[in-house]
Design a protein around this ligand. Structure first.
Ligand SMILES: [Zn+2]
Length: 137
């Protein structure tokens, strides 16, 4: 039997891969490398166990037939990391646009607001909560 056919048959009705599984695969690699460096000590052993656990979990998820449950796990993972991404992800954009724009945090709700640079004193209205405040651009 050709490998592709075998794969297709094996994967029929199975969940397959998703962002959570990719993260688990990366975690497996990181844990393996870490346990190689730390090796021997009980911490190294613990990290090795973590590597095996994330490998087993991602393999289990890939071949799972319970697709609803697996996508629920994936959504929970995306929600969790999405909060982290939105907290740190905007910093790069703000840095690239710093020549043309100034960024202010809304004093009321903390949303980042972008205003053009060099316009003198500007009255800024928060697009999130409607708070008005004045800033020197
Ligand atoms: Zn606001």
């Amino acid at each position: 039997m050709k490998f592709r056919n075998w794969m297709a048959q094996t994967m029929a009705g199975r969940y397959g891969t998703d962002p959570l599984n990719r993260a688990l695969n990366i975690a497996t690699l990181v844990f393996l490398v870490l346990s190689l460096f730390i090796g021997g000590s009980s911490v190294g052993g613990l990290i090795w166990v973590l590597a095996i656990l994330s490998l087993v979990w991602s393999t289990f998820r890939t071949f799972s037939r319970n697709i609803g449950k697996r996508s629920a796990e994936n959504e929970a993972y995306l929600r969790l990391t999405g909060r982290l991404r939105s907290r740190f992800g905007g910093a790069g954009d703000r840095f690239r646009q710093r020549k043309d724009y100034r960024f202010f945090r809304c004093p009321s709700c903390g949303t980042w607001l972008r205003v053009p640079r060099g316009k003198g004193k500007l009255s800024i209205t928060c697009r999130q909560c409607g708070e008005r405040f004045t800033r020197n651009t």
